[in-house]
Design a protein around this ligand. Structure first.
Ligand code: GTR
Length: 330
């Protein structure tokens, strides 16, 4: 009797354990979120997202993790945006530039000289307008949930021949990011804008497919573009484009409300952490570029500002109120 009872109890326990195990195993198996960036390991944006992953891991006791794929190994920015829209990439740090082709409203931030300087841009993204734009991206049909901004510094021209005025750009083919707005911007500034993925620029500069490109100092140095002969860095500061941290909507919908709130909180923390890393990186990479023989050319950028009036008028036509609000931010 005792033996039977023991046996029955043992069987019942085993059955219960077996019924329970798959769930227990499932609940325990971590969800590893694939994150991607065109920049290499060690770049401020990559480091900030990796640190976000460590915090996520700790806060969820290993249930949610982030695995970073840096250096554009999962494709160019355009391809990575598409992969994020379908959930093949779960978290993406991208420039707002190519996002303008899927959420046209963000092009207000992508316009030349729309921000007075970097501090102005930061005040805008940290305030109500920044929050509104994140919400607009999330509410758009793009299937991207925007959880934070990042700093993309200020973009200036680098060319093989020195440029001091818009007239110096005549006949020069300049690589721009994939968005017609940027090709229009370069054409208005006096050159010939050529749209191309970031990963193709090095070879294009080397083979003469393009004569120059434009970017911030950390990108200019870490991409090695300076080593192709494009050693004149004209400080036009024509684009001050913030960058974005997005989660695939496909992934987002699989997260609990609490996990979504946690991701949003950590996204904002990553925004602030990246900013501190960014300022250091700009200084360091500026020094490295100078040490490598890059000539920084200071220009009065009013001529470039005036040349691009029509671009702001064209792309800002539907957003005049928003442009006025941006201008009013101190
Ligand atoms: C960088 C930006 C990248 C990418 C790149 C480019 O400044 O961080 O996301 O957009 O520029 O020029 O393609």
């Amino acid at each position: 009797m005792n033996f039977r009872r023991t046996l029955l109890t043992a069987c019942a326990t085993a059955a219960a354990t077996m019924a329970f195990l798959p769930h227990a195993a499932l609940a325990q198996s971590p969800m590893v979120l694939k994150a991607a960036d065109v920049h290499p390991a060690g770049y401020p944006n990559v480091v900030a997202v990796e640190n976000m992953g460590k915090k996520l891991d700790a806060a969820t006791k290993g249930r949610l993790k982030i695995q970073m794929f840096p250096g554009g190994v999962l494709g160019g920015e355009k391809e990575m945006i598409e992969q994020t829209q379908v959930g093949a990439i779960n978290i993406l740090r991208t420039s707002l530039g190519p996002i303008g082709t899927v959420v046209p409203e963000v092009n207000v931030f992508n316009m030349p000289f729309v921000f007075r300087n970097q501090d102005h841009m930061r005040a805008v993204i940290d305030g109500a307008i920044g929050d509104e734009l994140l919400a607009k991206i999330t509410a758009s049909p793009a299937k991207l949930v925007a959880i934070g901004w990042m700093d993309g510094g200020s973009r200036s021209l680098y060319t093989k021949k020195p440029v001091r005025t818009p007239a110096d750009l005549k006949g020069q083919k300049i690589r721009m990011m994939g968005n017609p707005l940027f090709v229009d911007t370069m054409n208005a500034m006096g050159g010939n804008g050529i749209s191309m993925g970031y990963g193709e620029v090095f070879t294009a500069l080397q083979t003469g497919v393009v004569d120059g490109a434009e970017n911030n100092a950390p990108s200019f140095f870490t991409s090695n573009h300076f080593s192709t002969g494009a050693k004149y860095y004209t400080q036009t500061n024509h684009l001050i484009i913030p960058e974005l941290l997005v989660v695939s909507k496909v992934t987002w919908d699989k997260l609990s409300k609490d996990d979504q709130a946690l991701m949003k909180k950590l996204g904002r923390e990553a925004q602030m952490e990246q900013r501190a890393l960014w300022d250091k990186s700009v200084d360091e990479n500026t020094a490295k570029l100078k040490a490598a023989g890059v000539e920084f050319i200071n220009v009065d950028n009013k001529a470039f500002y005036d040349a691009t009036v029509a671009v702001r008028a064209k792309y800002g036509a539907n957003y005049t109120d928003l442009m006025k609000r941006i201008e009013a931010v101190k």
